[in-house]
Design a protein around this ligand. Structure first.
Ligand code: IMP
Length: 521
């Protein structure tokens, strides 16, 4: 019998269950095994809204909400101040690594907190005695054409002049000091000036740079015309409510010296601390969380890493405001191979978030995110944010320089448990040591590798690509926000399917002689 084609929806109601699997059945479908992101798909839903309307705001911790669910990992080839500034500008957050001294890490926090879009807070400054020849060299080395001159030769010193390429260009005596050639009659902006006022002054002065000074005439920052022209608006920037400064996170370990480290980070303005441990369920971490909660009750704490409910329960009871999930899923990671410990990331994310969300503790899915689909799946399984190392590595904002190999432009990317990273830690008495080895270790046991990744350009393009891609992905699922995704998964409306090995093959590019995988323009 053929049914009337206008009755298909009514007929669907006679089916005893919806097509596909609910999330619990999906996890159970692994038959005692664990699921990775590649092992399943989300079934499509009804599209009745444009993708640009999809909202991606989400919780990072109990008290911090972000406009985008993106977190950069505390790794020394991923997050220093430049990455943290740009992640926050783009609606996510960066977690500064701690493979450095406490002072260096606090300095990075300070730079993120003091950052104001459009203002250069650490301009290259010279002293009046700097020889003209040095300025000529700096110009060709750095590409800048003008430098402020202060009495001390540093930011914070009294501004006495500005020297431009025009001042030194036709000055033949390279040994004479710049004080002889610099412009002393200066137009300056006062500290606290907003960007549009600064812009007006800059244009009126017909100069390329506007120094900003405090009441005593000390240089505090600078506005540059070229930067202003390139300046983007960042309406989704992650900022503290009160100070309007960018949000900043930083990682610490669990050894006693990390308490002093944290004091310095908090003094520099830290908003959220991540306790960085490959296995978060340790007495050291529980003690650390309790200590932080009693000393800094306002500071948000992300505990981890965890992959089981039991581990999560310990950290939640100790007072964690957020959890970081993952053990062994990172792209540079050999933990599962070496330690025999860990869990496939899909199963870990589901089991921990299903438990932690009941206590209102948001979770970050950390590691193993290598494309937009993985982000969607991590969020669909219950996480509130994703943490990325490898996916952001190779962008311009990561630490380190590009180099060429095999005709490709590359940057280093290494695990924090790689021999290279641990060696750097062990040679720096003040670096934080606790994630992958203890001070008593005589032999390093690597849990990570050291490698390289190709140039991905700037995250000012890459993160918007992830953002737009995620909006499209949610639109395909038929949900218009991350909250709706979570509700849909919880009430069984959002459906899943297990993916066999041949289904994974079918879902990838296949049957072509050659192709180029270009992900965005
Ligand atoms: P990715 O995004 O897949 O590259 O994974 C990054 C994550 O791997 C980090 O956020 C850490 O949780 C984890 N990780 C970093 N270094 C190591 C390591 O040396 N061994 C194991 N896991 C690591």
């Amino acid at each position: 019998m053929v049914l009337a084609s206008s009755n298909a929806l009514a007929h669907l109601k006679t089916y005893s269950s919806k097509d596909g699997l609910d999330v619990k059945k999906l996890i159970d479908s692994a038959n005692f095994g664990g699921l990775t992101y590649n092992d399943f798909l989300v079934l499509p839903g009804l599209i009745n809204f444009p993708s640009h309307e999809v909202r991606l705001d989400t919780k990072l911790t109990k008290k911090i909400t972000l406009k985008a669910p993106f977190v950069s990992s505390p790794m020394d080839t991923v997050t220093e101040e430049n990455m943290a500034i740009h992640m926050a500008l783009l609606g996510g957050i960066g977690i500064l690594h701690h493979n450095c001294t406490a002072e260096e890490q606090a300095d990075m926090v300070r730079k993120v907190k003091k950052y104001e879009n459009g203002f250069i807070n650490d301009p290259i400054v010279i002293a009046p005695s700097t020889p003209v020849g040095d300025v000529k060299k700096m110009k060709s080395l750095l590409g800048f054409t003008s430098f402020p001159v202060t009495e001390s030769g540093k930011v914070g010193g009294k501004l006495v002049g500005i020297v431009t390429s025009r001042d030194v260009q036709f000055h033949d005596d390279d040994k004479s000091p710049v004080s002889e050639v610099m412009t002393k009659d200066l137009i300056v902006g006062q500290q606290g000036i907003d960007l549009s006022k600064g812009n007006e002054l800059l244009r009126a002065s017909k100069k390329g740079k506007l120094p900003i000074v405090d009441k005593a005439g000390n240089l505090v920052s600078m506005i540059s015309l070229t930067d202003l022209q390139k300046n983007q608006a960042y309406p989704d920037a992650s900022k503290s409510f009160d100070s309007k400064q960018l949000l900043c996170g930083a990682a610490i370990g669990t050894i006693p010296a990390d308490r002093e480290r944290l004091d310095k980070l908090v003094e520099a303005g830290l908003d959220v601390v991540v306790i960085d441990s490959s296995n978060g369920s340790s007495l050291f971490q529980l003690d650390m969380i309790k200590w932080i909660k009693s000393k800094y009750p306002e500071l948000q704490i992300i505990g981890g890493n965890v992959v089981t409910r039991e581990q999560a329960a310990l950290l939640i009871d100790a007072g964690a405001d957020g959890l970081r999930i993952g053990m062994g899923s990172g792209s540079i990671c050999i933990t599962q191979e070496v330690m025999a410990c860990g869990r496939p990331q899909g199963t870990a994310v589901y089991n921990v978030t299903e438990f932690a969300n009941q206590f209102g503790v948001p979770c970050i899915a950390d590691g193993g995110i290598s494309n937009i689909g993985h982000i969607t799946k991590a969020l669909a399984l219950g996480s509130s944010c994703v943490m990325m190392g490898g996916l952001l590595a190779g962008t311009a904002e990561t630490p380190g320089d590009y180099f060429y190999r095999d005709g490709k432009r590359l940057k280093s990317y290494r695990g924090m448990g790689s021999i290279d990273a641990m060696q750097q830690t062990s040679t720096n008495a003040n670096a934080s040591t606790s994630r992958y080895f203890s001070e008593s270790d005589k032999v390093f046991v690597a849990q990570g590798v050291s490698g390289s990744v190709v140039d991905k350009g700037s995250i000012t393009k890459f993160v918007p690509y992830l953002y737009n891609g995620l909006q499209h992905s949610l639109q395909d699922i038929g949900v218009s926000s991350l909250d709706n995704l979570r509700q849909g998964v919880d009430n069984g409306e959002v459906r899943f399917e297990f993916r066999t090995a041949s289904a994974q093959f079918e879902g990838g590019v296949h049957g072509l002689h050659s192709y180029e995988k270009k992900l965005h323009n």
